[in-house]
Design a protein around this ligand. Structure first.
Ligand code: ADP
Ligand code: MG
Length: 467
């Protein structure tokens, strides 16, 4: 089997396991660069793809390679390289092609030549609806947002060319709006004459309804179709709005056709938005889809330190560590907690200590609200998330659309409230405890294998702890 055939077979397996949009985004221009001593090197087009393979697809690639290849596969590594370059040098499949320079080729934003004073572009950004605070400079990159960050840098570097649309999804307060607007600022710095438009989905909807009502459809179209970068925040709110979806669809197509950059955010991936038209969901998936997740501890500490620096209010390391350990859900909450701590201590003219901070956070309920998650809340959250009613979730129908959410509910009751299996069965309309056990085993297994499941469960948890 030639390296090419081997890789085609691996991609064939991968294609069955990941979404179509992801498959097209990530797998094109990948190939086997070399096979030496049972170490397979896969060539990928850029650093961003390399990270993605390492983080998300590695297990699958390794598994597939081991299954398909007769000989043992010890290790798989990924290297940035282009196919042409590789084949030009590749005399035999085992000769290694030179690797392109390790700098992130697609994700570096050229620093703009500073002919214009920076205030001008920032003021311009504000006129287009951007907040001056949301720039790449003050965005902290951690494990859970690095891919989204890299994708945004790439889009800012080559608007309309590389990832169109760029679809960013994740729970509340995790930096989606910040990242999206950072692209806007960055495009403006490089091209001060670019026309941008940032709107929330709500604004788009309201303006559309108003335009239809007042006969201003023409101005509406003109406004939305004349931009170079179109940013729409929280597109999950298109759910259920047919007329707006229709208009959105046309705006989208128009802009895309002219290679105008479109960036969208949502609290969930395109297919998971309830009652969204198929054609719109498939447009949303047609470019690049990236997620942001809740930050880990190191990232939270780095964010606190950064915010303190901005505010010129230094904190002792153990104090920022304490805040970061106790406020885990999202970054907006983290900022809120920090502001309360600073506010309170400025008022008292005292220096924050771990004890004084503990008092501030607990007095306003800023620390983890884990205790507040109950089986009832899980039922409500899951049914909201999947847009099904609670009675059906508890009921006896075995339709797939109900069975999976029901199993997720049982799994979450077990994981998040430590409820006993008999209790879980009782909460779900008097089911047997073995049903609950089976559900937990099944979801646990799926969480390892199925990206959509992983995402759904993490979104639901986000909501559980954020409301
Ligand atoms: P979302 O749109 O996902 O709900 P936002 O972009 O509004 O979240 O972020 C919430 C707050 O947290 C904002 O003030 C934002 O500046 C801040 N924030 C989010 N992510 C980061 C980050 N990685 N580094 C610094 N600040 C961040
Ligand atoms: Mg937002």
């Amino acid at each position: 089997m030639s390296p090419q055939e081997l890789w085609d077979a691996v991609l064939g397996e991968l294609e069955l396991e990941v979404s179509k949009a992801n498959f097209h985004s990530w797998c094109k221009d990948t190939f086997i660069l070399s096979m030496e001593n049972n170490v397979i090197t896969v060539g990928v087009p850029n650093d961003f793809t390399k990270q993605w393979f390492e983080k998300k697809y590695h297990e699958r690639v390794l598994k597939a390679l081991r299954r398909i290849r007769d000989e043992d596969v010890k290790r798989v590594i990924y290297e940035v390289s282009s196919k042409q370059k590789a084949s030009a040098v590749q005399a035999s499949p085992t000769v290694k092609a030179p690797v392109e320079k390790k700098e992130h080729p697609t994700v570096i934003v050229q620093k703009p030549a500073q002919e214009k004073p920076p205030e001008t572009t920032s003021e311009k950004g504000v006129a287009f609806g951007l907040s001056p605070r949301y720039t790449f400079d003050n965005f902290i990159v951690g494990k859970k947002n690095e891919l989204a960050h890299a994708a945004c840098l790439a889009a800012a570097d080559k608007p309309g060319v590389v990832y169109n649309p760029l679809f960013i999804y994740g729970g509340v307060g995790l930096g989606k709006t910040h990242l999206m607007q950072a692209v806007g600022h960055s495009v403006l710095e490089a091209r001060p004459d670019a026309k941008l438009l940032y709107v929330t989905c709500e604004t788009f909807t309201n303006e559309y309804i108003k335009a239809v009502g007042e006969g201003g459809a023409h101005q509406f179209k003109e406004k939305y179709r004349s931009v170079d970068v179109f940013m729409v925040d929280d597109v999950q709110f298109l759910a259920g709005k047919e007329g707006t979806q229709e208009e959105f669809f046309h705006t989208f197509n128009f802009l895309q056709q002219y290679n105008k950059q479109i960036i969208l955010t949502s609290d969930r991936p395109p297919r998971a938005i309830p009652t969204i038209e198929d054609r719109l969901a498939s447009r949303f998936e047609g470019g690049m889809t990236v997620d942001v997740g809740p930050p880990d501890l190191e990232t939270r500490i780095a964010i606190i330190d950064q915010k303190c620096k901005e505010k010129n209010y230094p904190l002792e390391p153990e104090v920022s560590q304490f805040i970061a350990s106790n406020v885990q859900n999202n970054i907006r909450e983290l900022e809120g907690a920090l502001n309360r701590v600073i506010g309170k201590h400025q008022l008292d003219k005292s220096a924050p200590t771990v004890d004084s901070v503990k008092a501030v956070l607990s007095s306003v309920g800023g620390t983890q609200k884990r205790g507040a998650v109950t089986p009832k809340k899980i039922l409500t959250t899951v049914s909201d998330y999947f847009d099904i009613d609670e009675e059906s979730l508890k009921g006896s129908s075995r339709k797939k659309e109900l069975v999976v959410p029901r199993q997720i509910t049982m799994y979450l009751m077990r994981e998040e409230t430590h409820a006993s299996f008999p209790n879980i069965g009782a909460e779900l309309g008097g089911r047997d405890h073995t049903t609950a056990m089976h559900a937990c085993t099944k979801i646990n297994k799926l969480l390892d294998e199925d990206e959509k499941m992983e995402n759904d469960v993490s979104m639901i948890k986000q909501r559980l702890y954020n409301s």
